[in-house]
Unconditional design. Sequence first.
Length: 109
Amino acid sequence: MAGTDRTGLRLSAMSTGWGLTRTCIGCRQTDSRSALLRIVAGADAQGHPVLIPDPAAHAPGRGCWLHPSEECLAAAVKRRAFPRALRVSAPLDPGPVTAYLHVRDAERN
């Protein structure tokens, strides 16, 4: 039954290679959805465009995927990958994502 879904009738998404993997926009490596953090574009209280972490991966709108690490975040900001991936013309503030990563790291330690 290896390589089939739970019914045993169809090939699973893991065996066909589609559906469950995403590409990190920082390091450009593919990984599973569970290993990546979804990022969406939003606005802060003053209406300025910001990046918003979406750990549940259910927020509406276009999203992009990022390994939850400072290195991948820095690489994506340096490459200006967020505006391209999210199709936003204005510069996006990565502050909320940076804060989320700091809180996440503090909870793990």
